[in-house]
Structure formats: C-alpha cells, structure tokens
Ligand binder design. Structure first.
Ligand code: HEM
Length: 447
C-alpha cells in the first residue's frame, strides 16, 4: 500500500500537528484511497474508499475495536463512557442509554431544547446588536456553544447547568485541545508523569468530575428520601436507576457533555456561516420555517422541513465535526483487497470521504439541493459514523439544529461582515472555526 515514508513524516511533522486536515487531504490526493503510514508496531492505514469504510465500521464491525490512541486519549477525560468504551461493557451501556434517544422521549424534551435556544438567542443577540440600531457583528460560535451545553443539560439531565456553564465550557474546551494533542501522538504517552499536558488534563478532568458529581447529587436530592423511587425517564434518570456505580454514571455524563455539545455547536456555527454566504439559501430556509404550522418538533424534521434538513445535511457534509474516526483490527482481515493483520490501525476521515468527487460532484460547493433526493450520495456520507457505533445522539442533534435555525432565523438575518474571509477549520475533538465565527446579525423587525 503506498504512502509517505518515515522521512516524509519527520519532515512534515510540524505541519501535521498544526493542520492535520490539510495533511490528510494532501496524502490522500498523492497516494489515493488507501494510504499506509510508517508508524512503529502495527500497520496504520488511512481508508478513503466508501466500500472499505463500510467494511470496517459496519460489515465487519465486530472485527474492529476502539483500542486506539485517539480513544485512549478521550478516555482520559470521559473514562470508559459510551463513546470511548469497547465491548463487552459498551453494549450494556448502549442498551441502557438508548431509550432516552427514542422517538417519544425526544418528542417530550423538544420544548427543553427550544427553551435552551430561545434563552441564549434572547440574551446574546439583542445585547450584541441592540446598540447599533439592530445590526452588529456577533461571534455565533460562542452562541452555539452556550445553546449546545444548555440543551444537553435541560433535555438529557433535566438540569439547569447555568451555574456550572462557564466551568463546563472551559473544561471541555481545554480537554478537547489536550485530547487532540495526545491523540496525535504516534505512541501512547505515560499518564503519570507530571508533564504540563498531564497536569492540565487532570485539571480539566477534575473540573468535569466535580460538575458531574454536583448534577448527580442535585438529582438525588430532588428525589428526596425516597431513594428507591425511580429518578425519571430522561437519560440521567435511566442511568441512575440502572444500577451503574456513581463513577460509571459520571463517565456517561461527561461523555454526553463532551460529545453532545462540542459537535452540535461546531456544526451550527458552520451552518450559520454557509447561510450568511448564501443569502438565497437563507431566505428559502427562513420561508420554509415560517410556513411550518405550529412549533417545530425535535423529531421527524425531514418530513416536516425537507429544505431545512437538506441545508443541515449539506453543512454536515462540508464540515463534519467528527473529522477522524479510528479502529484497530481484532483479527486478520482483508480490506480493499489487501491482507490486513490483526492490530492494524484504520483511520477514517469523514472530512475526506465527504470531499470525494465521486459521488459528490463539485464537492466543495454548498448545494443543499443534493440532499432533497433521500438516497443521494449516502454511500459516502457519514457525519454520524456508521454501523453499530453510529452516534446515539443523531436524531437529537439534527432536531436541535433545526430548532436553533428556527429560533435564530425567525427574527434575524445573517450576513458576512465587510472584508470577510472564512475562519480556518481547526481540527480539535470537533472541527471548529479557528478564532470563532463573527457574522453580521441584523434584527429583522428593525431592518
Ligand atoms: C458517536 C458525530 C451529536 C453522543 C458519534 C460518532 C460520530 C458522532 C461520528 C461515531 C464515532 C465512531 O464511530 O468512532 C456526532 C455529530 C454530532 C453528534 C456530527 C452533531 C452534529 C451528539 C449528541 C450526543 C452524542 C448530541 C449526545 C447527546 C454520542 C455518543 C457516541 C457518539 C454517546 C458513542 C456511541 C456508541 O459508540 O455507542 N457521534 N455526534 N453525539 N455520539 Fe455523536
């Protein structure tokens, strides 16, 4: 399998660390759909062919585990929560958490998500745009982070996280940065040495631990003396009633906080950017949302709002927050016609797969209409992963994005500010706009 040599890697080391997305794009352009990396120990392959990707994530998923440097780094923050854990504990925890993400419970928490969006929009946008007569430049990435965290708290834990919001946002942001630095290391690093990285990581984890312990304690206190009474059917209630230890509940809470808000926040920031750059798409989205009878539900949004959902699908194609997934083969296998020994590392980048000219003609263009045909390009589309480890929060995230667009676009127009240049994509745990997403926001009632 072709790929860069050790010398190439050593030469490009700094740029790989600084900008892994450009590095991955460059090697796949140079070497094709299957690229081999010269790392010590087991072989490492970048898979960019949709069939090979499906083989690893779906068809042969049982033969590929999550014992990778990337997930080991994440587990330093989340513990063995749902995202980072491996069989056999994973399947038990997935079964426990899944009912909270079924259609009916999601329908029931829709109003909580809307309230999270409404309160952040109400607090942040008028403050920012008020003084200038209804127009101002706002960092919409900060807005979407606030909404993302608040929505997870209200809808999945029935908790008001406003008291802990800044701690949680700072700690997840620190953890995200450090996890990526650790994940980029080729060899696992020692946990116990007092390096600056380890000290900062421990501090981020401690802050997340404390906040999660408070959330759990508040819920227990709310249940009062009847400690055996059920805690309710939101996610936190299911976890507390399941017999998991407090440490296990904590791991799942931190996992949901990290996986559930960074990703949605980044996706929304990129979606707002694309809408600001394409006023005609923005107008059509606003018109569809305005024509929707009654409040938008958190579920079944594709049927109710096909254009808005196509906009979101296309934004997730161009800016998939989960830019790299990794797996390690548990046994010998054959991938794309090549024998692959047990222990092989597979790196799969939705960022690259979504930019393939086949099936995505003009892959860099923002064309929501591609997704009006429900089958289009689906073989090469995986913003939420594929197979048994598919994102558990997929429907929640998509519904939340629709609701936030509804709340923002109803009363505001988004434009790019003068002298606009797109923020660079920065690959952290999710792909974020480096330096935020400053957009020109105009209150429509004052425009
Ligand atoms: C898994 C993406 C929102 C919780 C995943 C995976 C991807 C992903 C790609 C699979 C990882 C792999 O196979 O290695 C996204 C994107 C989101 C989003 C793009 C938003 C736009 C959420 C939300 C939650 C969540 C809102 C929870 C509230 C999880 C969990 C897993 C997961 C717990 C692990 C599932 C398992 O392995 O059983 N997500 N996610 N995600 N996601 Fe999401």
């Amino acid at each position: 399998v072709p790929g860069p040599t050790s010398l190439d890697m050593a030469r490009g080391f700094r740029s790989i660390r600084a900008d892994p997305l450009s590095f991955l794009s460059a090697v796949s352009e140079l070497y094709g759909d299957l690229v081999s990396f010269p790392v010590p120990g087991a072989p490492a392959l970048l898979l960019n062919d949709p069939e090979a990707v499906r083989h690893v994530l779906q068809t042969s998923a049982r033969g590929w585990g999550k014992d990778t440097v990337q997930y080991a780094a994440l587990a330093r923050v989340t513990g063995p929560g749902l995202l980072a854990s491996a069989e056999p504990s994973w399947i038990d925890h997935r079964r426990l958490a899944a009912p909270a993400f079924h259609h009916q419970p999601l329908e029931a928490v829709g109003e909580q998500v809307r309230a999270a969006a409404r309160s952040a929009v109400g607090v942040r946008l008028p403050v920012a745009v008020g003084a200038g007569g209804g127009t101002g430049v706002v960092d919409v990435a900060a807005l979407t982070h606030t909404i993302g965290l608040d929505a997870v708290g209200r809808a999945l834990f029935s908790a008001d996280l406003s008291g802990q919001a800044q701690t949680l946002l700072d700690a997840t942001s620190d953890a995200a940065e450090l996890v990526v630095r650790l994940g980029r290391a080729i060899l696992p690093r020692a946990h116990w040495t007092p390096t600056r990285l380890n000290v900062r990581l421990r501090s981020a984890r401690r802050r997340l631990d404390t906040a999660s312990a408070e959330i759990i304690a508040q819920r227990r206190a709310r249940n009062g003396r009847a400690s055996t009474a059920p805690h309710g059917d939101d996610l936190l209630g299911l976890l507390l009633d399941s017999g998991l230890t407090d440490a296990e509940v904590r791991d799942e809470l931190v996992t949901m906080i990290v996986a559930g808000h960074e990703t949605v926040a980044a996706s929304l920031a990129w979606t707002f950017m694309l809408l600001a750059e394409h006023p005609e798409v923005q107008d059509r989205t606003r018109a569809e949302l305005a024509a929707h009878p009654g409040p938008v539900s958190l579920v079944a949004t594709r049927e109710a709002l096909p254009w808005t959902r196509a906009v979101i699908d296309e934004a997730l194609r161009l800016f998939p927050p989960a830019w790299a997934l990794s797996r390690r083969s548990l046994r010998d296998d054959v991938v794309a016609g090549h024998d692959v020994p047990a222990g092989t590392l597979a790196i799969i980048s939705p960022w690259l797969v979504h930019r393939r000219p086949d099936p995505w003609t003009a892959p860099l263009a923002f064309r929501p209409e591609r997704f009006l045909d429900p089958g289009a390009g689906r073989t090469a589309y995986l913003p939420f992963g594929q197979g048994p480890r598919l994102c558990i929060g997929r429907e929640f995230a998509l519904g939340e994005m629709v609701m936030v667009l509804d709340e923002v676009l109803r009363e505001h127009r988004l434009d790019v500010p003068e002298g606009w240049s797109r923020p660079e994509p920065q690959a952290r745990v999710a792909v974020h706009p480096r330096g935020g997403m400053p957009l020109l926001v105009t209150r429509l009632d004052r425009a």
